[in-house]
Design a protein around this ligand. Sequence first.
Ligand code: SF4
Ligand code: FES
Length: 296
Amino acid sequence: MRSTGPVPMSDETHDRDANDTANDTANDTANDGGPTVDDVPVTDQGDTADSEQTTDEQTVEAEVVAEVVETAPEEGTSPDPDEEIEAEEAEEAEAEADAAGEPEPEPEPGVLVTIDGREHRAQPGQLVIDACQAAGSYVPHFCYHPRMTPVGMCRQCLVEVEGPRGTMMVVSCMTPVAEGQVVNTATPTVKRAQEGVLELLLANHPLDCPVCDKGGECPLQDQAFSHGPGESRYLEQKRHYEKPIPISELVYLDRERCILCDRCTRFADEVAGDKLIKFVSRGNDTQVMTFPDEPF
Ligand code: SF4
Ligand code: FES
């Protein structure tokens, strides 16, 4: 009668089984992407004393397999799609956090103003008259010159500015731009104001352009045509002075044509550096004059 119990393994059989186990494990690792716990060979503790070499090999083998088992995914498992989505969402959130943490892009330099309905970036501190010019809106003027100190003498450069206190008429050569300012240079109100100023400037000016040496190249004549009322309501006698008077060998002064724009006096002071021409008297008698004891 045959025994049905377990057959005791000989040393040779044990070595063969150990080799088979190692081969199987290597094959499993190569074919399946990694061994599982089931693939780890179980050593028979009773046989350890029989062969030191076999025990060493088995120990090394077991360590390698255990390491592989530790780092490899379980057999038959695949990455969880939910986990993948969560990882992607985390990456996106991190990228958004990075973006939010970055400094805001620098605002465009300059002062944003609206001139005649068009947005324009002006230089900080720039005068409204210069900003209008840069934006393509011409503002008539006489006393203003970009290279001399503005004085606001002629009042010809009036424009409308919409501000927190409502719409105001301002002298554009004396008003700096401000953020959000709305400037209008050609409304009916502005046009009426500019015509009124020109009418006053011409009140005492002789209307003799056809015989004037500056006729055809005179800013007053040009702007009387472009921004003037076209006719005068003044019928009274104009102011008269002796004319022309020589103030130097080359310069003659015609005070009847003077509109008191202060350009010649500022030029002498700020550009030539010699204050030899000034305003004298006051009110209706204000006039340009040189100093009696000093040549011009
Ligand atoms: S004389 Fe002088 S102040 Fe008078 S209009 Fe000429 S530049 Fe102006
Ligand atoms: S140009 Fe502005 S007041 Fe003369």
